[in-house]
Design a protein around this ligand. Sequence first.
Ligand SMILES: Cc1ncc(COP(=O)(O)O)c(C=O)c1O
Length: 412
Amino acid sequence: MRVTKRFAMEIHDRIINLDNNATTPVDPQVNEAMAACQAQGLANPASQHSAGQRARRQLEQLRDQICVHLRGRRTSGATDRVIFTSGGTEANNLALCGLVGPPPGRVIVSAVEHPSIQEPADELQRCGFEVIRLGVDATGVVCCQQLTDLLTPETRLVSIMLGNNETGVLQPIRQIASLCEAKGVPLHTDAVQAVGKIDVNFQDLGVAALSLSGHKLHGPVGIGALLLRSTSKIDPLLRGGRQQQGVRPGTESVCLAVGLERALALWLDQAQSRRQQLSATRDQLESHLCRQIPQAVINGGGAPRLPHTSNISFPGVDRQQLFLALDQAGVACSTGSACSSGATDPSPVLRAMNVPEALVEGALRFSVSVQTTHPQIELAVDRIVSVFNHLRRDLQAKNRPHPGRHGGAKTL
Ligand SMILES: Cc1ncc(COP(=O)(O)O)c(C=O)c1O
């Protein structure tokens, strides 16, 4: 069937996007700023001619502004560095593999990190590092006492995320940073889901490096950054150019940097109202769902959380079935991290929290954005409740003994 533009738009209008941790729509003001940049037809910022130097000046100004937005240090001789990357995955890989130095040594990551930390950590293990996965408690918060015991002279690097992408649970990064600082161990934090959604102050956090990603905060896909303390030494992942002091060679995109800077600036301008709006819509979703489905459980609900993420278990139904039925009913959500979508494996994050198996099997992630409205949440709750009840009824009918000739008894 040929889908007409109008029909496609109608479907699109009916779909309620509760999967904003996967990606967020680009803010129209960000698009405008990038279009204006594109229209300038800038030269390559690595070119030596005057047009190239103009592009370089613009790029360096943007780098500086991004450092200011994230409250990096900007004193003479001690300016924190913004390394542009293609996104959060690359920033995390660069941090983990670039800050660790040569093997052997110990690397500590938490058990609830995103795959873009877990998989480079596996690679470091293959290269001769001892990799330790720090456990979390039942609410999803890492165990600081266990970390203290592991910060020995062999420890080279610690990486703990700021806010979890599946549950929204926040880690006590300031406390972790002071433990690491006392032992002279660099700490990296994956702040991809946190930047904008909560106040992120690089100096206050006390970390050596922080990852962010444009498309998670209404900026463009294709750009992220690693904010790096001025004193941190880092090895590149890529070779073949002198851009970004050789730390991340390759031609920089001034227009994508414009988009990232604008997106961050908009969050700063509207921080309070946006954050209030996010937590109000998330709370509305949770309270209305739990009222109508009393057996629903909010995973990580007992810990401080990001304001836009909710992980909810629906006992007695299969998450994959629920996800597919909701997709058909016009509610887009997720069974886990976008990077492992397609995978039907149960969430390693919920497993690390020791969530009972029946709840892991019925868990879905909902994530709202500043564009999510209260009427959309009302409608989404109606659809979720009706799909849930439908699946439960189906399941009960399947499990009911068949009233056959033998009174429902099974004949073998
Ligand atoms: C916590 C976290 N870190 C890293 C990433 C990867 O970011 P990107 O999609 O920009 O590569 C994601 C994406 O979902 C994420 O949620």
